[in-house]
Every structure is written in C-alpha cells, then in structure tokens.
Design a protein around this ligand. Structure first.
Ligand code: DX5
Ligand code: ZN
Length: 229
C-alpha cells in the first residue's frame, strides 16, 4: 500500500545558514518526516542557494528522506551530481526546459524518485503525460525563489484536479510555499499529502532550543489532519 499519510517537510531555506547540519538534526528530532532542500540558480529563480557539495555535506545529518527541489535551468547537467550527493527525491520544474520527459527518465535511471513541480502560472495539464514517470508532483503555492511569501489560494483547485488525475498511482502530491497551520487544512482537503513548510516550522526556535520546531510541526500536522475529515 502506498503511504499517503500526511508528511511535513521543513524547508531549510528558513534555517540558520550558519548551522545547517544542526538544523537538519533538530527538525528531524522534533518530528519532521522529510527534509526539503531548495536549490536555486539565480537564473530560473531570482535567488541563489545550494550546490551539490552542500547537499553532500548535509546528507550525513539527515536520517530520513532528503527531498531536493531543483529550481535551476538547465537541469540535466546537474542531475548526476545531486544524485551522488545523496538526494532521495529529485524534483525538477516542468517550466525549466524543453525535455521534461527525458529529464524524469534520467532521474529514475539514477535510482532516485523523480518529482515534477509546477509554478502558479502553469496549468495541471502540463504534467498529464508525466504521471506514470514520477513519484511526486509538487504544486507551487508561491512563485519560487524566496521563503516566507503568502499562500496563493487559486492553486487549491489545481491541487484538487491533480489529486483526481493521479488516481491510485503511487505518486505523492506535495505543496510548497506559504504553508502554515492556517493553510494546511485547505491543501489536505484538496488532496495534498506532503506539506513543505519553511517559515512556519523554523519560527521561534534554534538548533540549541528546538522545542518550537516540534510545536510548530505538531500544529501544522494537526491542522492538516482536520482537512482530511
Ligand atoms: C520557494 C521554495 C519553498 C519555500 C517554502 O521557492 O521552493 O520551499 O522555501 O518556504 P515558506 O514555507 O516559508 O513559504
Ligand atoms: Zn521548495
């Protein structure tokens, strides 16, 4: 049976950039299901973050799933490097290149779970031909590039439509951007099962005093579960 239980995936984009290893250990100890790593290239999105060497350095600090979100273009030349860095999931944007089908095949050939992400301006039909190739579809609920932005409500209809399109395929439906205890029930009601959250997880805590991370994760999870009723 495919595990469609709610998963909370803290985005380390909201962590202390001087303490990534400790931040990953802290959020996992406080209940994170996956750790989400936002890779940005200053070209596909207007911000720059982590190269493969950073992911490789983080890998020993993450016991569970390292969920790597590549917001880069071109993406194909870097897939092998992120696979070797220890990513479990490699998610690429349908908007990032002309050959998304080939890119997803390449990720699968590297032995990783292929994911496809769509920006707020992209219709769900863009992934219709890809659902048998992926293990994850990510609906961006903000325009990618920065943490701490406001949730874009119009994406809820897309989540619901994708949930229907996915059917009983073993494919996670992830949402990314502006997720909090307020927005979590909206996305789970629409059909999301993996909730990425940056600002809402890391607020109020530090790696030395991580109790707030646990409280934040529990609050998001509890709110998410009310959306399933
Ligand atoms: C946006 C990133 C997100 C972001 C989420 O470009 O892909 O993962 O960090 O952060 P919050 O939850 O703060 O919107
Ligand atoms: Zn992300």
């Amino acid at each position: 049976m495919f595990d469609r239980s709610i998963k909370i995936a803290p985005s380390i984009l909201a962590a202390d950039f001087a303490s990534f290893g400790a931040e990953c250990r802290a959020v996992e100890a406080e209940g994170a299901d996956w750790v989400h790593v936002d890779v940005m290239d200053g070209h596909f999105v207007p911000n720059l973050t982590f190269g493969p060497a950073m992911c490789a350095a983080l890998r020993p600090h993450i016991r569970g799933v390292m969920d790597v979100h590549l917001m880069i273009s071109p993406v194909d030349p870097y897939l092998e490097a992120y696979a070797k860095a220890g990513a479990d999931n490699i998610t690429v944007h349908v908007e990032a290149g002309p050959h998304i089908h080939r890119t997803l095949q390449a990720i699968a050939a590297l032995g990783k779970r292929p994911g496809v992400a769509i920006n707020p301006g992209t219709p769900v039909e863009a992934v219709a031909e890809l659902l048998d190739l992926v293990g994850l579809v990510c609906v961006m609920t903000v325009n990618p590039g920065f943490g701490g932005q406001g949730f874009i409500e119009t994406q809820l209809a897309k989540i619901a439509r994708l949930r229907q399109m996915i059917g009983d395929r073993p494919v996670h439906l992830e949402v990314d951007g502006g997720i909090s205890a307020t927005t979590a029930p909206l996305v789970t009601r629409a059909g999301a099962d993996v909730l990425v959250a940056g600002a809402a997880v890391f607020k109020g805590g530090t790696p030395e005093a991580p109790a707030a991370y646990g409280a934040n994760i529990r609050a998001i999870r509890a709110a998410a579960e009310t959306g399933l009723r």
